[in-house]
Write a protein that binds this ligand. Structure first.
Ligand SMILES: NC(=O)c1ccc[n+]([C@@H]2O[C@H](COP(=O)([O-])OP(=O)(O)OC[C@H]3O[C@@H](n4cnc5c(N)ncnc54)[C@H](OP(=O)(O)O)[C@@H]3O)[C@@H](O)[C@H]2O)c1
Length: 266
């Protein structure tokens, strides 16, 4: 199955790596359109076809839009002249709605995806929603592509839910990075050297997520299991409660959701 990726930047390359790591996609199935000469040269190591012009796409079954949101409109105009009938259009451009894509490209199945940065190491989370034209086969093809670079793939019923998910898994890695930064800062203030502090914090986050995934218990129960009455953890958690961490997080996530909705409506 021929797959064309438009934009071979950060996400485009993550998708290529993911697809090539499975046995389902072969290098000669994949073509990339990229305008940046340096990136074109970088992408050649994957032995895929790399072109600098969209009109060099040739009968692809799937076209993945992986350019920046501000570049999408121009790409769609060019694509509308070069796309074969029935080609599945998968867009990962943040804030670009299915209606915007359909204005330029008519009568094609359109799938709007929000992946996240963890796609770069094959551990992404991808959430998608589809236009009405999409068939069961189109969904199966899309899921196979998304699963190649994602640990979790979820279909949602509409774009509002996609914007909500964006506030969780799209922005989520930044929340986690920030939380880790703050804990590292505190560790350094307590006299732990930076290198050790980073190792302690990163391993604790990684292990906690893995432990929670492997456990049958709820997060609440897991938290209670490490919180002895009158102990150190309780002292810390009481402080977080006093400062209303739950409300801080809730308002931050709502701000991300509001911004995702605003960008989609522009
Ligand atoms: N990065 C993330 O973590 C992430 C997460 C979720 C969704 N996304 C979405 O993924 C999309 C791609 O993001 P990215 O971080 O991969 O951006 P990126 O690194 O800038 O990649 C986009 C690439 O497309 C190239 N390009 C621009 N116009 C083109 C055209 N007409 N034909 C072919 N190639 C063209 C760009 O070249 P120039 O640099 O020369 O313009 C650039 O190399 C965005 O829409 C973003 O919203 C990204």
């Amino acid at each position: 199955m021929k797959i064309g990726i438009i934009g071979g930047g950060f996400m485009g390359e993550a998708i290529i790596k993911g697809m090539l790591n499975t046995n389902q996609f072969k290098p000669n199935d994949i073509s990339v359109i990229e305008i940046d000469t340096e990136k074109i040269n970088q992408l050649k190591k994957y032995n895929i076809q790399v072109h600098h012009r969209l009109d060099l796409l040739n009968n692809e079954k799937v076209v993945i839009l992986a350019v920046k949101p501000q570049q999408v409109e121009q790409v769609l105009s060019d694509l509308s002249k070069n796309i074969s009938p029935k080609t599945i259009v998968i867009s990962i451009a943040a804030g670009t709605t299915i209606a915007t894509i359909e204005q330029k490209i008519n009568n094609h199945p359109v799938i709007r995806v929000m992946p996240n940065i963890l796609a770069a190491i094959g551990l992404g989370v991808s959430v998608y929603t589809t236009s009405k034209q999409v068939s069961t086969e189109d969904i199966a093809i899309t899921e196979a592509i998304l699963q190649s670079f994602s640990k979790v793939v979820i279909e949602v019923s509409d774009e509002k839910t996609l914007d909500a998910a964006t506030a969780i898994h799209g922005s989520g890695p930044a929340y986690v990075f920030l939380f880790m930064e703050y804990i590292i800062q505190s560790a350094i203030k307590l006299g732990i050297n930076k290198k050790d502090a980073e190792q302690l914090v990163l391993a604790t986050f990684l292990g906690s997520a893995d432990y929670a995934l492997q456990s049958q218990e709820s997060l609440n129960k897991l938290r209670e299991s490490v919180t002895s009455p009158g102990g150190t953890t309780e002292a810390a958690l009481t402080k977080l409660d006093d400062k209303q961490l739950d409300e801080i997080i809730d308002s931050a996530i709502h701000a991300a959701f509001d911004r995702a909705t605003e960008l989609a409506n522009n």
